[in-house]
Design a binder for this molecule. Structure first.
Ligand code: GUN
Ligand code: ZN
Length: 438
């Protein structure tokens, strides 16, 4: 048996912190231990006691570093890695000016392989061990990402992005091609190792009703797949959807009318929702994905996490690379906090950390395997240095309790805070290899 023991300040959630007093939803054990056997968590408890009971385990003593489940990024576009931080545009112009030309390059499988590897190594360097990503319209862009995640042993979901209108030549498929290629890819990758397929219409403006129907039919045939898309991100976009779908009651209805609403659906952004849309999202159990750095970077608006959670909606957290401006879920938590402040609700550090781990995992229906530390779960784990820079360290020395020692890293931390990463119990050699790109 392959056994490891990680010792440090172990953080685990006992429930969703939005459902009661947030500080009581997490347990932090100083000098706690996480015992890993064959890639899964076999025991949690006192570090010294676990060490005595398992003398043959390979020990990682991380001192007073925080030991947490790895971060889970529930909405990203890996093909936008190399054009993150592109200046000066809002959603539709940003897509046309920066995104679509970059996505064209993924016709070249070698380029897709290069960026897929680069993106996953950046994620790991930032402490993110699982993600749900869009690919491009090219089927091989999905093959590239799945192969790269498979070689790193990661739990990852993704899908070929389907678009059959309002996109340039070379980035459009058709209803038939979207159905056929998505089906071929899901048959090839769904359930293989730690990979799963997400049926992926980009958003209603770039699909005809016929394409949405074809993908709705595919989802009905494979209901255990996820379905990911975008919803109500910018006001201009919502007006465009109204013009394109005059019979729809609202934006969400453009998906529901074509079989694309259900509990395995994840809707990115969902900032400007109507009451009816919120009701239907709650009734169907679909998840919303908050992308806070993107809310501000491309000027979309401010997602109201507190209101959505109070309304009983499921919410995950994500970078939205490259509409979002960071690969870091720490930076993403900071942005969620700042947007919460502007919405009149200071999110507690437990709530932020839960959104970045268990909340995203639950939104992806993977909360029984990743996103928390519990016996039987997969050992995707990060050790986080809570004094990773002088600015953070000088603040942390004043902390009165565990959460006030963690909050400065949430607000000011980045990849320098990520001390070590384990994916299914192993520390990936490639994790720090891709600090710069071409
Ligand atoms: N809406 C449709 N496509 C995209 C995309 O690539 N990024 C973001 N942020 N919003 C979108
Ligand atoms: Zn997106």
């Amino acid at each position: 048996m392959n056994t490891q023991l990680i010792i440090g300040q172990v953080l685990r959630f006992t429930r969703d912190p939005f459902l009661g007093a947030p500080q009581e939803a997490a347990e932090i054990t100083a000098r706690g231990g996480v015992l890993i056997e064959d890639g899964r968590i076999a025991a949690l408890g006192d570090g010294a006691a676990l060490r005595a009971a398992h003398p043959d385990a390979e020990v990682f003593d991380e001192g007073d570093a925080l030991i947490s489940a790895g971060f889970v990024d529930a909405h990203a576009h890996y093909p936008q890695t190399a054009m993150i931080a592109s200046w000066g545009k809002r959603l539709i112009d940003w897509l046309n000016t920066y995104t679509f030309p970059e996505e064209m390059r993924f016709e070249d499988r070698a380029y897709a392989d290069e960026i897929a590897g680069r993106w996953l190594d950046l994620l790991i360097a930032h402490g993110t061990t699982s993600a749900l990503s869009f690919c491009t319209v090219h089927a091989q862009s999905a093959d590239a990402l799945f192969a790269a995640a498979q070689s790193r042993g990661m739990r990852l979901a993704a899908g070929k992005t389907c678009m059959d209108r309002n996109a340039p030549d070379g980035l459009r498929d058709s209803p038939e091609r979207a159905y056929d290629e998505s089906r071929t890819l899901l048959q090839r990758w769904h359930g293989v190792d730690r990979l799963s397929y997400a049926i992926t219409p980009r958003f209603s403006p770039t699909s005809t009703p016929e394409q949405l129907s074809a993908l709705g039919a595919l989802w009905a045939e494979h209901p255990d797949c996820l379905m990911q898309t975008h919803l109500s991100e910018q006001i201009d976009e919502i007006a465009w959807v109204r013009d394109l779908y005059p019979d729809a009651r609202d934006y969400l209805d453009t998906y529901e009318a074509h079989g694309l609403l259900g509990d395995r659906a994840l809707f990115g952004h969902a900032i400007h929702l109507e009451p009816r849309e919120m009701d239907r999202l709650r009734e169907t159990g679909a998840a919303l994905v908050h992308c806070p750095t993107s809310n501000t970077f491309i000027g979309s608006g401010l997602f109201d996490t507190g209101a959505m959670k109070s309304a009983g909606l499921r919410v995950g957290l994500a970078t939205d690379t490259g509409g979002g401006s960071s690969f870091s879920m720490l930076r993403t938590m900071a942005a969620a906090y700042e947007i919460g402040q502007l919405r009149g609700r200071a999110l507690h550090p437990t709530e932020l950390w839960w959104l970045a781990t268990a909340g995203s995992a639950e939104a992806m229906h993977m909360g029984d395997r990743i996103g928390n530390l519990a016996v039987g779960m997969e050992a995707d784990i990060v050790a986080i240095d809570l004094a990773s820079t002088p600015a953070i360290a000088q603040r942390t020395t004043r902390a009165e309790d565990a959460w006030s020692a963690i909050f400065p890293t949430i607000m000011m931390g980045d990849d320098r805070a990520i001390r070590k990463v384990w994916i299914a119990g192993t520390t990936p050699g490639a994790q720090l290899s891709t600090r710069t790109g071409k």
